[in-house]
Write a protein that binds this ligand. Structure first.
Ligand SMILES: Nc1ncnc2c1ncn2[C@@H]1O[C@H](COP(=O)(O)OP(=O)(O)OP(=O)(O)O)[C@@H](O)[C@H]1O
Length: 260
């Protein structure tokens, strides 16, 4: 059985070029089942490209992406995707938006609706099932998008800067909620963010990408106990790790004190 001993997810010398632009070059890393991995990197370095390849929405130029030992050659159902914008359909209620996937997949309606209501309740949206997107705040919309991604109970959850457009307080709360849901469900999460704090707060491991073509410039394990509380962010271990990651970006020339 190919998946028995293989890493759960494996990027194996993954390279992706678009005409003359190489977005990602010879990238190799692995994820364990149930791991929460964060990726931080400068804008345009190829993070979204990598997620698209994991989802089977784009193919490598060279190298492979494998899930349970099998190359990813097309989109598959065992993965949920949350984008930066919630991308909800404005003419459908919160519940109907969450149910969209199940309708496309023709899953049994009653069970899907029970699960959708349960998920909405778990993210604090009980009572908002029949609200339309324009009646919900940005944070609430993103929670609906999270429920939509989790409805079919995929093993892999891919999140591309999901909280980037939220205000700071909403972002704090949704990070806490995501951590709780992850601890309950243990999905394998690949989470892209521009925020070093967010990466350290949420992840078991942080990969730091170089400017394009993306390479792994550094890798950090986050030794903080879970559940992590917001107060952990002022603790020594947290601030030291954030400082170390910021140092990597300074060394890469991505962050500078002085103008060029
Ligand atoms: N379909 C495409 N066709 C041509 N070039 C593309 C395509 N998709 C991505 N690129 C290029 O590949 C590079 C990486 O893009 P990508 O969106 O993966 O970066 P990113 O790290 O996710 O950026 P950001 O953090 O700003 O969202 C960019 O230079 C981009 O212009």
């Amino acid at each position: 059985m190919p998946g028995a001993t293989a890493p759960f997810i494996e990027f194996d010398r993954f390279t992706k070029s678009f005409d003359a632009v190489t977005a990602v070059s010879e990238m190799s890393f692995e994820l364990e089942r149930g791991e929460f991995l964060a990726i931080v990197g400068p804008s345009g370095c190829g993070k979204s490209t990598l997620l698209m390849a994991l989802a089977g929405l784009t193919q490598p130029s060279t190298g492979q992406v494998r899930v349970q030992g099998e190359p990813v050659l097309k989109p598959y159902t065992d993965l949920g995707f949350v984008f930066q914008g919630a991308e909800l359909l404005p003419w459908r209620t919160a519940l109907q938006n969450v149910l969209l996937q199940s309708e496309i997949r023709r899953a049994p309606r009653q069970e899907a609706e029970r699960r959708a209501r349960e998920l909405l309740g778990q993210v604090g949206l009980g009572g908002f099932e029949d609200s339309y997107p324009d009646e919900l705040s940005g944070g609430m919309q993103q929670r609906v998008a999270l429920c939509r991604a989790l409805l079919h109970d995929p093993q892999i959850l891919v999140m591309d800067e999901p909280f980037g457009a939220l205000d700071a307080l909403t972002r704090d709360q949704i990070q806490i909620d995501l951590q709780r849901m992850w601890m309950e469900r243990r999905k394998t999460v690949v989470f892209v963010t521009h925020s070093i704090d967010e990466a350290v707060f949420l992840a078991d491991r942080v990969l730091v990408f170089s400017p394009r073509p993306a390479r792994i410039a550094a890798e950090f394990r986050v030794p903080l106990e879970r559940p992590r509380h917001l107060s952990a962010r002022t603790g020594r271990e947290f601030t030291d790790l954030v400082g170390e990651i910021r140092g990597v970006f300074e060394n890469l020339g991505v962050l500078r004190e002085e103008p060029k």
